[in-house]
Design a binder for this molecule. Sequence first.
Ligand code: XIL
Length: 485
Amino acid sequence: MSMTKGRRHLGHRTVGAVALALALVTGGFLADTHVRGATPVSAEEAAQAQQATLRELADQRGVRMGTAIASHHLNQSDYARTAAAEFNSITHENDLKWETVQPQQGQFNWTNADRIVEFAEQNDQMIHGHTLVWHSQLPSWVADGNFTPDQLRGVMRDHINTTMGRYRGQIDTWDVVNEPIGDDARFRDSVFHRTLGVDFIAESFRMARAADPNARLFINDYNIDGINAKSNAYYDLVRDLLAQGVPIDGIGMQGHLISGQLPSDIQQNIQRFADLGLEVMITELDIRIQMPATQQKLEQQARDYETVANACYAVSGCSGVIVWGVTDAYSWVPDHFSGEGAALPIDENYQPKPAYWALHEVLGGDGGPVDPPPTEEPTDPPTDPPVGDCEASYQVVGEWNDGFQAEVTVTAGSNLTGWTVTWSFTGGEGVSHAWNASVSSSGSNITATNVAHNGTLSSGQSTTFGFVGTHNGTVGTPQLTCASS
Ligand code: XIL
């Protein structure tokens, strides 16, 4: 699918009758809608006006297509209009976090959180509640508090009861516990884990069920989109929680991803959690690009959005996708990942990007207006096709005191029925455990061979394996050799 599409201003299109009526009552839409109605439109604009929004397509399919909202942008009409027209679900990007809602013990502040809930109600949108028990954006009175286990339980129960209670009947799904496991696949240090041990997770879910018996309760994290050590730890955790009767209904895979470096087994990973009986959601999708963005990078990003959305919508237990922001103008990515950006489907001028049209098509839309002739924009030099049997690339995806996690993507240069990747570590690194490959070491020399399900690759096809390793201070990028076996 080609993704080069004409420009148009999102939210000025004819939205569905209901959305339009709702838009009229929200006020901010009125002027623009009125002006648009009175302005002559070109043939191309008229054709675009017929196109469904992402929201309309998602509604037709009965799936969630959401976004994250910041209350302080809602007075901008482009922002509010796009958020209402394109998405059927809203998440508070920051305004429902503990530090905002209860900055001091017993002092609750609902101004910003309420504003978003009202916006969602006015526009007939679902709300995915984010988040209740999390080590981050936690006020210091909790994070640094010196609580006995019972005191901390009391603090948690009060926060959960008050917050969920306020929005009972309005917020149907909640990230109850966020990011309890670290990149090393072990339970993360936090006041909750320090004081209550791993039981803080089960206890949080029980408190949440009691606070709103009708809400669906999720655990949520990043880097669990594919099969890796961290998602394996989640798999074991939620299976055990379910076996103990802990009321957990779903798992959120955040989906903060890097364009061109998606795990190859996202659908398989979603499926295994759905097979446990859980609802799966992609809760915070963004796919970042090394800046500056070129047309070629945006096209790659579109394929990545297509991959993630397809992986979710192909699994019946996956209820939908939430993107982490309305527009590139306000995405958290440039502030948190140096040199990276342009991570969302809608650009900083509210123009649909190739990724927008990819989602449109995955949701059953026509993928946008007819392509204009190719632009003369310079493109990146083409990447060399793999030579020989196969080629392997190595990426360190996480690093901590004495450990790291890496992923290796194997791309077949001819049809393969098995492959072997070898390398030597030069900085004293070692492999402790691997997935999607069987790995052996002899001194610093490492040999990784396919497992049963990923040895057969047709020419051009890729697969990814990963491992957690140890290091003594240096984490290098070794030279890899790939051969058929
Ligand atoms: C991010 C927000 O987008 C930023 O504005 C804020 O500065 C930090 O938090 N995982 C989560 C989200 O669960 O709450 C985070 O949101 C992104 C990572």
